[in-house]
Ligand binder design. Structure first.
Ligand code: A2P
Length: 293
């Protein structure tokens, strides 16, 4: 653990001690955690925070299974947990867990999860995994995060992770959404980094100046319209950002979006000469599907 991360972890622990609440409800479910905050952004998106299992260690960018108890089986009366993979949106040093979720009206889990309130229980299986981690990339100069919709979640974690700024000179985050309101979670998070006293102290004052944020919308008017893939193919995105096309010497990338987006970007990266990495074999870029319910 780097010194910066050790410091953050200690600060987080201190806060846990200071904030410890003896009145906290005793979890009744296996692997239950208590919801501490819920925020709704649009009729399709919300985020929530919950308590963190004391023994859970994870790497920023990983995901876990979370969910609720399902309905009783009409024949046996047995209830089983209803779980889905969710990227952890909070960084590895945070004392709580944060998640960013879509609301699918008839989705088995999210149709119910969207109604959770502070004090409710959610199930969180403490087995983090995933490929969107620093360990899966070779050293580089510029780190790109490519997200659509709720695919922003792992980058919400990595944007608050000191190693991101220790390892790279520049961080470019692109986020393509249908509508302007769907950018709010990411935009607010990036804006909040500027005034985050703890991170500015630990990583270095003005660390956030390394970030270039490139939000685009496809179905509602905004300052920059279009799919990021099209904007890269035309060269417009690179011109706007003032950087050259990605290349294997300097650029590293993480992708998290819907399947078609992931595949299109992968094909583009192979044309740029970038190789896909994994935990066991670090390379130039890594991919993860933003999970839908
Ligand atoms: P579009 O509106 O043109 O389909 P979704 O909510 O369906 O997951 O989409 C999130 C965003 O990802 C939308 O802005 C959508 O654009 C965009 N998108 C979908 N497929 C691709 C793709 N293959 N390449 C780039 N962007 C995509």
């Amino acid at each position: 653990m780097t010194e910066a991360r050790h410091l953050l972890r200690c600060e987080a622990m201190n806060e846990v001690t200071l904030m410890s609440t003896p009145t906290k409800a005793v979890p009744a479910l296996p692997d239950a955690q208590i919801v501490t905050q819920v925020k709704h952004y649009t009729d399709r998106l919300f985020s929530f925070r919950c308590t963190r299992p004391a023994s859970l260690r994870f790497r920023s960018g990983e995901f876990v299974m979370i969910g609720l108890m399902g309905d009783a089986d009409p024949e046996t009366g047995k209830v089983k947990p209803l779980l889905r993979a969710y990227s952890i949106a909070s960084p590895s040093w945070d004392e709580e867990m944060e998640f960013y979720s879509i609301k699918v009206p008839d989705g088995p889990l999210t149709s119910r999860l969207q109604h959770i309130k502070v004090g409710d229980e959610v199930i969180l299986r403490p087995k983090p995994v995933g490929t969107l981690v620093h360990d899966a990339l070779l050293p580089g100069k510029r780190l790109w995060f490519f997200a659509t919709g709720t695919g922003f979640a792992p980058f919400a974690s990595l944007l608050r992770e000191p190693q991101t700024y220790e390892d790279y000179d520049e961080i470019i985050i692109t986020h393509t959404c249908r509508e302007v309101g769907e950018l709010t979670y990411g935009r607010d998070l990036i804006e909040a980094l500027k005034t985050d006293e703890l991170l500015n102290e630990v990583i270095g004052e003005g660390f956030w100046k390394k970030i270039k944020y490139y939000p685009t919308t496809t179905r509602e008017q905004s300052l920059k319209m279009g799919r990021i893939t099209d904007l890269m193919k035309s060269g417009e995105a690179f011109a706007d950002l003032g950087v050259p096309v990605l290349n294997a010497d300097t650029d590293r990338a993480m992708i998290c979006g819907n399947l078609a987006f992931n595949l299109e970007l992968k094909a583009m990266f192979e044309d740029y000469g970038l190789e896909e990495g994994a935990n066991s074999r670090p390379a130039h870029y890594v991919v993860e599907k933003a999970f839908l319910d």
